[in-house]
Structures are given as C-alpha cells and as structure tokens.
Write a protein that binds this ligand. Structure first.
Ligand code: NAP
Ligand code: L37
Length: 294
C-alpha cells in the first residue's frame, strides 16, 4: 500500500482563506482588527524564519502584526516589562513569544506573565490546565494542526490507538491531550520508553515529535496507520546538500502507512494557520463576540 499524502500546505491555505474571510466580516460588522505581537529575543536562525513566516501570514489574513525583536542580551526583567505593556495594550489581542529564549531568561516565568486571554500559543498554565480539564481554552498551535490533519483522514478518531512520541510542553503533551479529548486511546512515549518499535506498531495514529532525523522506520508502522510527522530536522544529505527531514523515514513509511504528512509541507504550515485561528478566537473572546466555527 502506498500512503495518502496529507497536503498540509494546501489544507493550511484553505484554513487561512476561511480565517481571512472571518477577519473581513469582523472588520465590516464590528470595526475590529485582530492584532498580535510577535516577540523574538535573539537571532536563532530557525526562530527568525518561523517568526517572519508568522508575521507575514498575520498580515495576509488581514490582521495586524506588531513585531518586537529584542537583542540576545535582553534581561528577564526587560522582557517581562514588554509583556506587561503588551498585556495592557487593547490593540494587542494575541502575544506570541517564540521559544527557545536565551539562557538568562526563565521561559516559564515569561509564559506565566502573559495574559491567558492573549496567550495564542496556549502555553500559559491556565490554558494548559483548562485543556487538561476539558474546558474551553486557547490550544497550542502545532498540536491543533496535528489533530486537524488527522481529522482530514478520519471523521472520528474515537477508540483508535494513538501513540505520541515526545512529551514536550509545546508538542507531545498537548497533542496527547487533544487526542484524548477526541476519545482516542493515547500512549505517550519518550526517551525512557522500552521497545518503542513494538509500541509504535500498535498505533492507528502515530505522532512523532522527537527532533531526531528519520528515527521512526518503516517497520515501526502498522500497515494502514496515519502518521503525523512533527519533526523539523536540518541535515546534510548523502549528496552534501542541506535538507529538511522529519522524525519519520518518509521513503520507508510511505510504503506501508495509510496516510502520512510530508516534511516540509505537513505540520509546519498548519502550525502557522492555527496561530491565526487562535488570534481570531482570542480577539472574539476579548470583544464578547462569538467566534465563527472554523
Ligand atoms: P523536545 O522538547 O526536544 O522534545 C523531544 C521529545 O522527544 C522529548 O520528550 C524526548 O524524551 C523525546 N525523545 C528524544 N529522543 C528520543 C528517543 N530516542 N526515543 C524516544 N523519545 C525520544 O522537542 P519539541 O519541541 O517537542 O519538538 C520536537 C520536534 O518537532 C523537533 O524536531 C521540532 O523542531 C519539531 N517542531 C515542529 C513544529 C512544527 O510546527 N512543525 C513545531 C514545534 C516543534 P525525554 O522527555 O525523555 O527527553
Ligand atoms: N509558537 N512555535 C511557537 N512557539 C515556540 O516556542 N518553538 C516554537 C514554535 N515552533 C514553531 O514555530 N515551529 C514551526 C516549525 C515549522 C514551521 C513553522 C513553525 C514551518 O513553517 N515549516 C515549514 C518549512 C520549514 C523551513 O523551511 O524551515 C514546513 O513546511 O514544514
């Protein structure tokens, strides 16, 4: 069997078009323009690429992006002061602080300082707790994208066996919570997991969020399974060229999976589209408006 390729780029474009339509309606009917502050501290090259892509997508959706770039030498107190001013600014509906932060800054302290209503990354302990409690909340963008991609293949994932490799706060844990909320039977694997290949072979849905190039081999995949590859790994390939690969050995996996997300062009573009959706939802909540179901 050759897998169906889940076209994250096309699905993200559809989602972004629906969001742009909703933003036009918001402007027309309520004179509201959603605004998001995108904060980058330092000059991590990958983060710079993502932040640029996010700000561009915000503009294309008809929202307002406020870019705040701070030097790598920024102190924790300076960043906390910026967060406080963004919390107080009514034209800012969403605040995104791109991680990782330089060593002198405690990321948890910064995340906790963001107004939970403006926390479009869904990383604030209030939103983490609300997600775990089954309450409405702002949901982390990459996990939301993963589940939306899986849902293009399966109208319902209730009762399916899902295995998530990775337990980070950004991806692994929240994606597991979302799959659980969809009534999948969820197992979270990590670096101490015993016999990972055997565990993976039981998965109807396999989410790889590891950060290890092509670690998941074709033989680890149950025939017909849906594979969501979150990994973004920059490697030098056999011919000496730089290339981005996922956490799944794609050429092998595509032979036996039922459906698979490519890297690039899978989860990455959906992450950005879901950030726009969170910004729209946060804006509506702050204005007392009902957010459209997108
Ligand atoms: P992370 O914080 O480094 O977490 C990696 C997780 O993988 C950890 O839980 C770790 O286990 C586990 N792990 C590492 N080696 C393992 C092994 N040999 N066997 C089993 N588990 C192992 O990474 P992250 O932030 O979650 O990101 C994961 C990947 O997704 C990265 O490639 C990142 O670039 C990518 N990413 C992509 C997007 C996107 O939009 N596409 C967004 C965010 C991240 P322990 O907890 O035991 O250490
Ligand atoms: N919100 N996102 C938020 N906060 C963070 O702290 N680290 C992090 C985070 N991660 C993030 O933004 N990841 C991400 C990864 C990939 C893309 C976007 C965001 C992406 O667009 N990927 C493209 C192309 C990648 C490239 O060319 O470098 C893709 O097709 O996968």
């Amino acid at each position: 069997m050759r897998a169906h390729i889940i076209d994250g780029k096309a699905l993200a474009a559809d989602l972004r078009a629906s969001i742009a339509e909703a933003v036009r309606a918001l402007r027309r009917e309520h004179a509201v323009v959603p605004g998001i502050a995108v904060v980058l501290v330092g000059d991590d090259p990958a983060s710079s690429v993502y932040v640029r892509a996010k700000s561009k997508a915000v503009g294309e959706a008809g929202m307002k992006a406020v870019d705040r770039r701070l030097p790598a030498s920024t102190s924790e107190a300076e960043l906390l002061a910026l967060i406080a001013s963004l919390n107080a600014d009514p034209s800012v509906n969403g605040i995104l602080v791109q991680l990782p932060l330089p060593r002198q800054i405690d990321a948890q302290k910064v995340i906790a300082a963001i107004d939970p209503e403006k926390d479009v990354d869904g990383f604030h302990p209030i939103n983490v707790g609300r997600l775990a409690s089954g309450l409405p909340s702002l949901i982390p963008c990459t996990p939301m994208g993963c589940v939306r991609l899986a849902r293009t293949v399966h109208a319902s994932i209730a009762g399916m066996d899902a295995v998530v490799i990775g337990r980070s706060n950004i991806v692994g844990k929240p994606v597991a919570q979302l799959l659980l909320a969809e009534n999948a039977t969820v197992t979270i694997a990590h670096s101490k997991t015993r016999d990972l290949p055997a565990l993976c072979r039981r998965a109807d849905i396999l989410v790889a969020a590891i950060g290890r190039p092509e670690m998941v081999r074709g033989e680890w995949i149950k025939p017909g399974a849906t594979v969501i590859d979150v990994g973004i790994n920059r490697i030098i390939d056999a011919s000496g060229k730089p290339r981005i690969v996922g956490d799944v050995a794609y050429a092998e996996a595509v032979q036996c999976a039922g459906a698979i997300t490519p890297v690039p062009g899978g989860v990455g573009p959906m992450t950005i589209a879901c950030l726009l959706l969170n910004t729209l939802r946060a804006t509506c909540a702050q204005k007392g408006l009902t957010a459209p179901t997108i």
